[in-house]
Design a binder for this molecule. Structure first.
Ligand code: SDX
Length: 393
């Protein structure tokens, strides 16, 4: 208040809020949602149950879960006028740009979400709608990239099966959605569901702190996630692994490039602002890679390259000194690809997974009645200058 500020560029050592949603211990590599270890949730829960846990704070009873799923099923359709926005995108435009725009345009159909001081029930309805429609929009973006007709939600399916059916189903014939694929997708979405005050979640909270509606807040989060240093890393990892494969798989050469300060190349999927140990999610995904590729009978050479890179990097002093380990993005793309997704859809899948966390954090920020986010700065520009007419400049 006395006008002094502590400079902390990138908020490396700043606590922006108090939260009871997700706990990280970066030194020990621990991640818990509402106190439950990520390992147990990944193994035993489902994505929609974890969404309930993150948003409402408790694991649901069977009745609560059934009611939650029923409420979501009432809102899985997207207004047909959304197709006008879809049709406006060039066919090869990046899915993340489409997703951010389309999610923000949802506010056009729900003017009640623009009201200030919404009731608890109105807020809950807008969160349910956001969760319900995201899967439909994501699948429509994929179908558009293929030039295929979109599929519609079938509420006989659970949330993830519905998403996979809208994505890989066909109008022309019945497509069986493999339970192995649904189970893998549940695990991946659970692992991405929240991660305390990361870049995109902080964006959702700060946009929401101005009383912006949930659609605009989530849309801003999607834009932040797009960056290759954040969620965009899962796409960048596969592109990097493919480049190494085409280059003959010489991992030592690429590790050397990652260490070379004169070379802008970074080992994508490695390093983390908080984890100075293994990212627990990377451990789970790495194991899931072997299981799922084996079950699906897929042999993906880039998995071997990824494992070799990890092995070499973890012994290299440059990475050891800087405590750089594989993060959630290092192996996830290998599974997404095995499940049939194209590379440019990977970050959209990260957004689908992170959505319950964004919603839970946005809700917590509003419940805590947090003030509008407005950091200060250290000014280091020109001080007193007199205006000079253009003729004299
Ligand atoms: C996600 O915050 C979250 O929780 C994010 C996330 C979530 O769930 O929301 O976990 C998801 O975004 C995971 C991170 C995905 N990004 C990448 O994989 C991109 C590659 N990694 C980095 O660019 C980097 O590690 C960050 C962005 C993840 C973290 O950056 P920091 O904390 O700002 O650290 P830094 O860039 O200052 O790096 C510290 C040192 C530097 O070297 P020195 O200046 O000390 O000599 O480590 C080096 C960096 O050059 N370094 C790397 C490196 N990552 C850091 N060197 C080579 N390859 C890398 N990948």
């Amino acid at each position: 208040q006395s006008g002094y500020v502590t400079l902390d560029v990138g908020y490396k050592n700043t606590g922006a809020t108090q939260s009871s949603i997700t706990f990280l211990d970066g030194e020990l590599g621990i991640l818990k949602y509402r106190g439950y270890p990520i390992e147990q949730l990944a193994e035993k829960s489902t994505f929609i149950e974890v969404a309930y846990l993150l948003i409402y704070g408790e694991l649901p009873t069977a009745d609560q879960l059934a009611k939650f799923e029923y409420e979501i099923s009432r809102h899985t359709l997207v207004h047909e006028d959304m197709k006008k926005f879809f049709d406006g995108f060039p066919s090869k435009s990046h899915p993340m740009g489409q997703l951010s725009s389309l999610v923000c345009s949802l506010s056009a159909f729900y003017p009640e979400s623009l009201k200030s001081n919404q009731t608890k029930e109105e807020l809950n309805q807008s969160m349910i709608k956001m969760l319900a429609k995201m899967a439909t929009i994501v699948s429509w973006i994929y179908k558009k990239s293929l030039g295929h007709p979109v599929m519609y939600p079938l509420n006989k399916f659970d949330y993830v099966t519905n998403f996979m059916n809208m994505t890989f189903g066909q109008l022309t014939e019945d497509v069986e959605i493999d339970p192995v694929v649904v189970s893998a997708m549940n695990t991946l979405l659970i692992l991405h569901a929240d991660h305390e005050q990361n870049c995109s979640t902080s964006t959702v909270r700060i946009v929401g702190s101005s009383e912006s509606n949930i659609y605009a807040s989530v849309s801003a989060g999607i834009s932040a996630l797009w960056g290759p240093l954040h969620g965009g890393a899962n796409q960048a990892v596969i592109e990097m692994l493919e480049k190494i494969k085409e280059d003959g798989g010489d991992t030592d050469k690429w590790i050397a490039k990652a260490k070379d300060k004169n070379d802008p190349f970074r080992l994508m999927g490695f390093g983390h602002r908080v984890y100075k140990n293994f990212d627990p999610r990377a451990k789970i995904i790495k194991k899931a890679c072997d299981d799922i590729l084996e079950k699906l009978g897929i042999d993906d050479e880039v998995l071997e390259i990824a494992k070799r890179l990890e092995e070499v990097a973890l012994k290299d002093p440059y990475f050891v000194e800087r405590k750089l380990y594989p993060n959630v993005d290092f192996y996830s793309g290998i599974i997404y690809r095995a499940l049939g997704f194209p590379t440019d859809m990977f970050t959209v899948l990260f957004a689908l997974g992170r959505l319950p966390g964004w919603i839970a954090q946005w809700k917590e920020m509003k419940q805590n009645k947090e003030p509008i986010g407005r950091p200060r700065q250290i000014y280091n520009g020109a001080v007193d200058r007199e205006y000079v007419d253009i003729a004299n400049r």
